[in-house]
Design a protein around this ligand. Structure first.
Ligand code: URA
Length: 301
């Protein structure tokens, strides 16, 4: 075994995530390979006999898929772009019904990038496309409070005191499970006129067609929906169909709006502690994991 076949890891990582981060294999394919016995792990040169679905990979282990070592550090995230999504484009990498999708832009950016959330087919505007799963997760999860701003073109006059804006702020029932109300963080008139008005709405959630469903509920006639801001990132003057690479300052600001770059590591450590406790409860303690956590003051007295 050569040194460069060994895992380089900051913290123990689930087997499938370890492989998926470094290869083109997805979790579903890895499930199939694992059932066939095509995934192996060596710890200090000794093969692990029975690989469980909860298996963790530690620094220095050797993981092989179909005999080939999966090695090295996870590639660093480096692609952060905004696209001004045009109308009639589906926000997926590959549409199953062959409609126009994001493939042409993703091909230009690089193979690891993906869209952060979705915009409806008819919605235009800011779509972040990045290659960092931790950052994407936090930007989309309402617990991290990243605000997305939508520009609503509404038929007719909307005054700043319009009760429909108040309803959006107080929360409306859009038929979500458990009756949880959909609520805007802010809703304000940007421009008004007898024919049409422009309203800015900010959300931290991202339920399916949320703005459209909220508009229907309060009886706003929505003519067009556009997103012009995601957290601290503005679309700026990017033309429809064009891409802009984010600057370092913007990437720092994105991390800042979800609590900082240390948050994914802290969350991963907390998940490992929960995992160790779970295995203890099941009478299957993982000694390697517990000693890794103990060495970092995360486990024991
Ligand atoms: N809310 C919607 O209704 N549609 C979008 O595309 C985004 C948010």
């Amino acid at each position: 075994m050569s040194v460069d076949e060994r895992a380089i890891l900051e913290r123990p990582t689930r087997l499938f995530k370890y492989i998926a981060d470094r290869t083109e294999w997805g979790h579903r394919a890895l499930g199939r390979l694992s059932r066939r016995g095509s995934i192996t792990i060596e710890v200090d040169g000794e093969p692990v006999r029975e690989i469980s679905p909860r298996e963790l990979v530690f620094e220095g282990d050797v993981v092989r898929v179909e005999g080939r070592a999966v090695a090295g550090a996870r590639p660093g995230a480096s692609d952060h772009w905004v696209l001004n999504k045009p109308e009639d484009v589906i926000s997926t990498a590959s549409d199953t019904r062959d409609r126009p999708d994001l493939a042409p832009w993703l091909e230009r950016i690089g193979p690891r990038a993906f869209p952060v959330g979705r915009l409806d087919r008819e919605t235009t505007g800011l779509l972040l496309m990045i290659d960092d799963g931790d950052l994407a997760y936090m930007l989309l999860h309402p617990d991290f409070h990243a605000r997305k701003r939508y520009v609503l073109t509404i038929t007719g006059d909307v005054s700043p005191e319009d009760s429909r804006l108040v309803m959006m702020l107080e929360g409306v029932d859009i038929g979500a499970k458990g009756g949880v109300l959909a609520r805007a963080e802010s809703a304000a008139v940007f421009e008004r006129g007898p024919e049409r008005s422009i309203v800015h709405v900010e959300l931290t959630e991202g339920r399916k067609r949320q703005v459209r469903r909220m508009c229907r509920h309060v009886r706003f006639r929505l003519e067009h929906l556009h997103r012009d801001r995601f957290g601290p990132v503005h679309l700026g003057d990017v033309a429809p169909g064009e891409l802009r690479r984010l600057g370092e300052g913007e990437i720092d600001a994105l991390w800042g709006c979800v609590g900082g770059r240390a948050v994914p590591g802290e969350r991963a450590d907390a998940a490992l502690v929960r995992h160790a406790a779970f295995l203890r409860e099941r009478d299957e303690p993982n000694a390697r994991l517990e000693s890794w956590l103990t060495a970092r003051g995360l486990w024991g007295e």
